[in-house]
Design a protein around this ligand. Structure first.
Ligand SMILES: Nc1nc2c(ncn2[C@@H]2O[C@H](COP(=O)(O)OP(=O)(O)OP(=O)(O)O)[C@@H](O)[C@H]2O)c(=O)[nH]1
Ligand SMILES: [Mg+2]
Length: 219
């Protein structure tokens, strides 16, 4: 049995998708669902599934993730989306990497492991450009923007990431690189969200807004 893990699941109106996510989280992990100003039954669904619920009124992916991370007390923290597009079972390889000595283990979405049509060109472009800048300018050897991640909780809490929106994953990688963290990247699958409505990659506009957030962090 490895070290205790808490999975933080940021959610804004994910009541339809959340059961699929929570059902796939291995029972030995603790779960915190961060309800980020949802107007649907996200919090009720989370409670019914036995997850702890943290409420974060300030909108933004970063605000939600930070609120969750701040309350974790296990040695390891994992972060995964609440929309069902990522598979919680694949956290195991990231957790193993951190237990083996990595400071941060991150996922890398791959076309060959993705459901057809789920990863449109505009979303892929934004992530690729951000990852390229991370490698070139910041010396962080990643090929995606760390859509899921596992790290030691105390280190993660001490990283002092400021961005509250979609710059959060990028800023986290920049800061981890600057602190000389050992980062390991692992291929993961990518699926259609399990329910609910896309807020980002479902439109060119959504991808554009997220990409602007990414690039603000990489100037
Ligand atoms: N977009 C967005 N997502 C949030 C927010 N707060 C929490 N989240 C959650 O963060 C996770 C990741 O969101 P994204 O996958 O980037 O957004 P999405 O709406 O699923 O968009 P697509 O995956 O591109 O369809 C999801 O579980 C969201 O519910 C927020 O303020 N905005
Ligand atoms: Mg999503």
């Amino acid at each position: 049995m490895g070290q205790p893990v808490t999975v933080v699941v940021p959610c804004r109106n994910e009541a339809d998708a959340l059961p699929v996510v929570l059902a796939a989280i291995p029972p030995e992990y603790s779960v915190i669902v961060v309800d980020n100003g949802s107007t649907d039954a996200t919090a009720e669904v989370a409670t019914a599934w036995g997850a702890r619920v943290v409420h974060e009124p300030q909108p933004g992916y970063g605000a939600a993730v930070l609120a969750g991370i701040a309350t974790v007390t296990t040695p390891l923290t994992a972060v995964i989306d609440g929309d069902g597009s990522l598979d919680p079972k694949e956290l195991a390889q990231l957790i193993a990497a951190v237990e083996a000595g990595a400071d941060l283990a991150v996922g890398r979405r791959r076309s060959r492991l993705s459901e057809a049509g789920v990863w449109p060109w505009h979303a892929r472009l934004g992530s690729s450009v951000a990852a390229w800048r991370l490698r070139r300018k910041h010396g962080v050897d990643v090929h995606d923007i760390a859509p899921m991640r596992v790290a030691r909780t105390d280190r993660l809490q001490g990283l002092n990431v400021q961005d509250r929106r979609f710059g959060f994953p990028i800023e986290l990688l920049v800061r981890a690189g600057a602190a000389n963290w050992r980062i390991s990247e692992h291929d993961i699958s990518y699926r259609r969200r399990a329910g609910g409505v896309s807020k980002v990659s479902g439109s060119v506009r959504g991808s554009f807004v997220a990409t602007v957030d990414f690039l603000r962090m990489l100037r």
